[in-house]
Design a protein around this ligand. Structure first.
Ligand SMILES: [Zn+2]
Ligand SMILES: [Zn+2]
Length: 96
């Protein structure tokens, strides 16, 4: 069970996650990464990471290694335009 917040950039890009950049759901623990190739924030489960031998692979485009970076909404920036992501107040999603 997780309480996800919405982080939005002024360009309109949105991510649903927790401030730490990882969250636990019934399906397992998920971690956020920024893919430099497809310019998306992706979530990869702990199970998938273990299968990938902790070399995260983008589920969207298959990029890996230097194209994939740990990401969280506090320190991280919008993957599309590089600006700060801001929490949308009052928008909380309960996920399980
Ligand atoms: Zn990608
Ligand atoms: Zn942006």
């Amino acid at each position: 069970m997780a309480t996800l917040r919405i982080y939005r950039c002024e360009c309109g890009y949105e991510v649903q996650t927790e401030p730490t950049g990882h969250y636990g759901l019934f399906a397992g623990e998920f971690y956020n990464f920024r893919c430099a190739k497809c310019k998306e924030i992706v979530s990869i489960s702990a199970d998938d990471l273990a299968e990938q031998r902790y070399l995260p692979t983008c589920p969207e485009c298959g990029a890996m290694n230097e194209e994939i970076h740990n990401w969280n909404p506090i320190e991280g920036r919008c993957p599309k335009c590089g600006k700060e992501m801001k929490e949308v107040p009052g928008m909380v999603i309960m996920a399980d």
